[in-house]
Design a protein around this ligand. Sequence first.
Ligand SMILES: Nc1ncnc2c1ncn2[C@@H]1O[C@H](COP(=O)(O)OP(=O)(O)O)[C@@H](O)[C@H]1O
Ligand SMILES: [Mg+2]
Length: 610
Amino acid sequence: MSKLAEKPTQKVTDTQLYGRLLRYAFAYKGSLILSVFGYVVYSLGNVLLADLTQFLLDSLGEEATVGPGFVAQAAQWIWPPGDKTATDYARIAVPVAAVVLSLGRALGFFAGSYFMNKVARSVVHVVRTELFNVLVRVPKAHIDQYSTGELLSKVTFNVEQVSGAASDALKTILREGLTIIALVAYMLYLNWELTAIFFVVAPAIGLVVQVIGKHFRRYSRRIQDSMGSVTEVTAESLAGLDDIRVYGATEQISARFASVSLFNKQQSLKLAFVQAVSTPIIQTLLALALGALFWFALDPEVLSEFSAGSLVAFITAAAQLGKPIRTLSNIQSIIQKGLAAAEDIFHQLDTPLEADQGQIVLSQVAGHIEFNAVAFRYPNALIDAVQNVSFSVKPGQTIAVVGRSGSGKSTLLKLLARFYTPSAGQISLDGEDIQAVDLQNYREQFAFVPQKINLFSDTVAGNIAMGNSVSSTREDIEGAAQKAHAETFIQELRSGYDTLIGEQGVGLSGGQQQRIAIARALLKSAPVLILDEATSALDNESEALIQLALESSRQGRTTFVVAHRLSTIEGADTVLVMDEGQIVAQGAHSELLAQEPLYRALHQHGFSEV
Ligand SMILES: Nc1ncnc2c1ncn2[C@@H]1O[C@H](COP(=O)(O)OP(=O)(O)O)[C@@H](O)[C@H]1O
Ligand SMILES: [Mg+2]
């Protein structure tokens, strides 16, 4: 699908990427600070619990005096031992300290974890909303590059991935990083020479982590793309279920789904493999360091420097280092998933929105439209869909556009509605270059019934009042429905105008959907009305009725119709005959019939495309 939609071209560094990602998290300073504070308390609690063993061990025996540990000293300061023996003192002080420290650590963990999650969910919400807001505002040419499924997956899956890197990873880095710092500081305090052993293995661990990170990123990108494919195949298949069944393509589509899902599984497994391999490697490195540590620690000369309690505390602290280091190396995968997703999301967020440099605000539009040598080529197309198109329309005129299928009729009308920007030439409305008009103001001048009707999961009334829901009353809505000859069938629906229509108008016939779309256009009562085959799904009788409605509604407004009915075409002031993207003839029906062979041929075939 997405040939143009490849990865962003200019390379941003990981630091830039991560920095940009973290900026989203840093918007929640209050929660972040509470969380950091919580984790500081948590890691201090960890260290002090190690220190408590020193207190306990040094308080044993007849001769014991209270040792140099932090907890021991703090306890003495708060509650002086008086004439109690060290053991008697410790019997009270150690359990109390253990409970207090554990409680503190528990509270710290709660604050750290809850407030970081608050940050995470907020980041997901903000990124997802920003992404959605960009997607509904970027040029159609950009959206055309992706399938709906791919875009769905970006808004759902990719955004969730980002939350990991923006918060879970941050949480782990804080919690485990602070724990490591506290433990190492404590060990340095007890014996810096022994602690130095750990600094020897640190670079080796760093290297392993880096190599693994590269693999994580590659597989994360593939997993992400494959989620896009899974969503794409699912969305397409559900939308095209009727065709799949009628053409016996169930097996084929099942196989296609299985293959995209399998690819996802394979890439996920590769990621899991790298992750599973990395932990034992890091653990082995740590074990080597611990072995060396014990060897040196049991050296008689070193031993003499330690009290029994501080030796045990040192070893406890050293042994405690393993878990945070392992955890830290594990979050690599979360960070890399997040970065791969952030790369893609930022690429979307950085897409320029629809060109809207227009300053001019039109009030009272008469509807004078001019095309001057307009050309347009769709992105990735080899030839222009529309070229060298020039014509002029007076206010209030009706223009019929005819031509074979693929001759560029819809494209012409989409250019007029500024869904696409011409690659050459100029279009003007009431003498103003349309690019110079404020986009929102410009679109207010148009009502558009597209060739492919779009209805939303909303009530019938909500669908008709779309975009006008505040200003239009129920009478306005019913009036528009009446003009579009939609009233009778709407009243027969279960809850009339309040009936919920399924997604894409499920539950309504093509003609009914078309009439709701026409009612929507009539309600807007804009100066320019565009009907792209708006009556193609109607039977003769409905079309005749709508013809009458359009007849009255096009009074005083410029109207473009792509139509096949002779009656519509005959009633037009001008007929534009298109072929291969060009206007090959224009004029009144009778003139064209007399002079233009192509037009005569179209006429003979009833202007029918198929
Ligand atoms: N989104 C698109 N991307 C690329 N090419 C397109 C797109 N839409 C239409 N085209 C091509 O542009 C040409 C004109 O299409 P269109 O304006 O829809 O014709 P018509 O409405 O007269 O049937 C066709 O060749 C068609 O294949
Ligand atoms: Mg068309």
